[in-house]
Design a protein around this ligand. Structure first.
Ligand code: PEP
Ligand code: MG
Length: 362
């Protein structure tokens, strides 16, 4: 693992004495965690659990779960995934040694999990004892024209609660197992793509029920938080209401930029290059936060969230969390932390310190 040694390490330590905001990382593997820790991260701001589902050994069970026709079928496939997820989280909690870990429940556009091609359907048919035709019919039912605006995030958790139940169980079982040997983890369970208070109320109750069950089974009780991403304009507008159910907000500025600008985060490419050349946007808004527009939603949600719940913890975990100009905006807005990919942790530490100095915050 690289270390921040020598003069660079010293400068980073000086920077830290001037920094108000915490710097977390976006990480989902033990290797990412170790790397980010060596760069000075203070916790995980976003663990995208869907990445764990794409593992070659697990994708069959994931597909069985998605294409099951009944809750029972889904539960059977989820039972195969539970030990694997538990091991994922144990490794992360161990590596992060008591630093806060925000674990986001599943948020893939569903189509990413569907089998493609006859061969994959045939394999799945063999594994499930269902016919390839049956599986294809089910896949067709789940097909969406705009999956990024569709059945993803908390919408999956509402329609198939057993998926989030499995993940919450894996999180709490792992946390309880790790708690015995030293630094007790404080899991922060994060619900994605929330637009309404009611969604969060339903899913928070689900998480609390699982936590209670696991604590009583293991005889270990742990502190934990439940919070949400703010990544839809409606969520930003309704932040006061939503904060009633959330102990933290994390701004998902990738989706918030996409949904506020009405520009696809996956396809913007050449059209945005022209826009930047023509001065319509000062920079690519998916790289450097559109402070004029998206920034207003972040500020509004910060004000409304804090008014409704003064102790609410606020961070950002979109790509902008590693961009110096966006970090300066986060400092000015008063967020508590930024979260950046492991390699951008050092630049985030520096940028946060510069922003604090500029604002006279510390
Ligand atoms: C976001 O939308 O900004 C975010 C961090 O989540 P993801 O990139 O996984 O959609
Ligand atoms: Mg998102």
């Amino acid at each position: 693992e690289p270390e921040l040694a020598g003069d660079f390490g010293t400068i980073m330590e000086w920077a830290d004495t001037h920094r108000r905001m915490k710097v977390r990382t976006n990480a989902e593997t033990e290797a990412d965690c170790r790397m980010a820790l060596s760069f000075g991260t203070e916790g995980i701001g976003l663990c995208r659990t869907e990445h764990m589902f794409f593992d070659a050994d697990r994708i069959s069970a994931v597909r069985q779960m998605i294409l099951a026709e009944s809750e029972e079928g889904r539960r059977k496939a989820l039972a195969l995934l539970l030990p694997e997820q538990r091991a994922d989280f144990e490794a992360i909690f161990r590596a992060m040694a008591g630093h806060p870990c925000t674990i986001r429940l599943l948020d893939p556009p569903l189509h990413e999990f569907l089998p493609t091609g006859d061969e994959e359907f045939a394999e799945l048919a063999q594994a499930t004892g269902r016919s390839a035709e049956q599986l294809k019919r089910r896949a067709a039912e789940l097909h969406e024209f705009n999956p990024m605006l569709g059945h993803r995030g908390c919408r999956l958790g509402i329609t198939f609660p057993e998926i989030y139940e499995m993940q919450a169980r894996a999180i709490f079982e792992a946390a309880c197992a790790v708690a015995g040997n030293g630094d007790a983890p404080v899991p922060e369970v994060m619900i994605p793509l929330v637009a309404t208070r009611r969604e969060l109320e339903i899913l928070r109750a689900l998480v609390d029920d699982v936590a209670k069950a696991v604590f009583s089974e293991t005889g270990v009780a742990l502190e934990y938080l439940v919070g949400t991403m703010i990544e839809l304009p409606r969520a930003a507008l309704m932040a006061g209401e939503i904060a009633q159910e959330a102990e933290f907000f994390s701004f998902g500025t990738n989706d918030l930029t996409q949904t506020t600008l009405g520009v696809s985060r996956d396809d913007a490419g050449r059209f945005l290059t022209t826009y930047v050349e023509r001065g319509i946007f000062p920079r690519d808004p998916f790289v450097s936060l559109d402070i004029e527009g998206v920034g207003q939603l972040v500020e509004l949600a910060t004000q409304r969230g804090r008014k409704s719940r003064p102790q609410i913890k606020l961070g950002i975990c979109g790509e902008h969390g590693g961009d110096p100009a966006s970090i300066a905006f986060c400092e000015a807005t008063g967020l508590d932390y930024v979260s950046a990919s492991p390699y951008r942790v050092p630049i985030a530490r520096l940028a946060a310190a510069q922003a604090s100095l500029r604002d006279g915050a510390k």
